[in-house]
Design a protein around this ligand. Structure first.
Ligand SMILES: CO[C@H](O)c1c[n+]2c([nH]1)[C@H](O)[C@@H](O)[C@H](O)[C@H]2CO
Length: 450
């Protein structure tokens, strides 16, 4: 492959989320989130870890911005904690919480780093969960009002807005499988939650347009392309249904204004209809300015009768390289999903809002972390992104997950995704990994070694 040179204005970034890095879980008037409650529930998180302190970013944000400058990222994707700003989820504003994000954004802009704010990265105010959370349609309305507050407070300062991070994970990990907060286990509840999340997205877009704000608004979806294990009709069918379950179930409402027909029918036949109202799909499919894509790996799927509604199972790719999460390393899947989204759903700009990997990073005596595997993982995925760009996909930017090691949900601190190593046991000291130094060069040159 010839030299891989990205456009001059390509937005190289890194991403985090509030609950995973901030800590200060009950400081300066912050309200409880469902992840505070979930992580404080024995047995939910590996090693009993919580986000009480996390990376202590709430107090160390200035140092973290200095490290962002050292790496040279052009944009920083982070999420704001709804209960830090609205402790009850609605009504009273916690000014100290809002002031933290004002200081963060001011310092980012001073550092010439473009903020991308994700309004919801899973930390729902517990007070709203106590009223049904995302199963309650009112939560969509409260989310839209939280969004209005943020748009008004950061008008002219922030011009990249993501309404939701991965509604599939919120709906299914949080409400069907119980692995994430709030930890319920009912598939039909997950479908209802997914609908209300999408509705809240559309309501926030309406307010963004109403307020006539500068900038762009979009949503971030986790997209995991499914490939049939064999060329039998049954394997192809199984892969297509799982692909709809994870990808089209969200892409189709947002860009086509309807749920995937066949899967919708399967759900209704087996589970009964979830509750919608006339006009919901029009709101959900409001025109957006970009799509954020989180890509990590693919699914290889084969037919398995009676195993689930899809008669499908995901094949464990034992003989393929994988990360510490057990996810197959499959860079080609990034190219495939970028091209497919552009071809089948939208010609709007795309951002890779998350891509990265967990590896078994070790801090040496000299304060170094030789994470060769992460450099190779990122380099191979950058090449696939470049290929998609060259094939006409309007890819605008790439946010590496993650800026720093952080609280990896049910895995606690046992998985490290960061470009920056966080020494949790020793005052949360930060160390740039070799991958951060490598990324600095990629950004400086706009080039990836072929
Ligand atoms: C299949 O991976 C998901 O798309 C996904 C992976 N990840 C995510 N979503 C979340 O957005 C992050 O908060 C996680 O820390 C990150 C790493 O696990």
């Amino acid at each position: 492959m010839a030299k891989i040179i990205f456009p001059e204005d390509f937005i190289w970034g890194a991403a985090t989320s509030s609950y995973q890095i901030e800590g200060a879980f009950n400081e300066d008037g912050k309200g409880e989130s469902i992840w505070d409650r979930f992580s404080h529930t024995p047995g939910k998180i590996e090693n009993g870890d919580t986000g009480d302190i996390a990376c202590d970013h709430y107090h160390l944000y200035r140092e973290d911005i200095e490290l962002m400058k050292e790496i040279g990222i052009r944009s920083y994707r982070f999420s704001t904690s709804w209960p830090r700003i609205l402790p009850e989820g609605k009504g009273r504003v916690n000014q100290k919480g809002l002031d933290f994000y004002k200081r963060l954004v001011d310092n980012l802009l001073k550092a010439n780093i473009r903020p991308m704010i994700t309004l919801y990265h899973w930390d729902l105010p517990q007070a709203l969960q106590d009223k049904g959370g995302w199963t309650n349609r009112d939560t969509a309305k409260y989310f839209a009002e939280y969004a209005r507050l943020m748009f008004e407070e950061f008008n002219g300062l922030v011009d990249l807005w993501v309404t939701h991070n991965e509604p599939w994970v919120v709906a299914f990990e949080g409400h069907a499988f119980g692995n994430h907060a709030p930890g319920t286990k009912d598939f039909k509840t997950a479908l209802q939650v997914a609908h209300h999340l999408l509705l809240s997205h559309g309501m926030a877009v309406d307010i963004f347009r109403e307020e006539d704000l500068p900038g762009e608004i979009g949503i971030t979806l986790n997209l995991t392309p499914a490939y049939p294990a064999g060329d039998s009709e049954k394997d192809v069918k199984a892969a297509s249904l799982l692909d709809d379950y994870i990808n089209a179930w969200f892409l189709s409402p947002v860009f086509k204004g309807s749920y995937p027909e066949e899967l919708h029918h399967i759900y209704e036949q087996n589970l009964g209809a979830f509750t919608t109202q006339p006009g919901d799909m029009d709101i959900i499919s409001r025109d957006i300015d970009f799509l954020g894509i989180n890509y990590y790996s693919r699914m290889v799927v084969r037919h398995k009768p009676g195993d689930n509604l899809f008669n499908a199972e995901v094949v464990k790719m034992e003989d393929r390289p994988s990360t510490e999460m057990g996810w197959e390393i499959y860079p080609q899947g990034l190219y495939d999903i970028l091209v497919r989204v552009n071809k089948e759903y939208t010609d709007k700009p795309l951002y890779i809002t998350e891509n990265g990997a967990a590896f078994d990073d070790k801090l040496t005596e000299e304060g170094k972390i030789h994470d060769e595997k992460r450099i190779n993982y990122l380099g191979d995925h950058f090449k696939q992104a470049y290929k998609a760009l060259k094939d006409g996909v309007p890819l605008r930017g790439y946010y590496v997950w993650s800026l720093m090691d952080n609280f990896e949900w049910a895995y606690g601190y046992s998985k490290r995704f960061g470009l920056i190593y966080v020494d949790y046991e020793n005052g949360n000291r930060r160390f740039l990994k070799d991958s951060a130094l490598w990324y600095r060069e990629v950004i400086e040159k706009g080039q990836v070694e072929a």
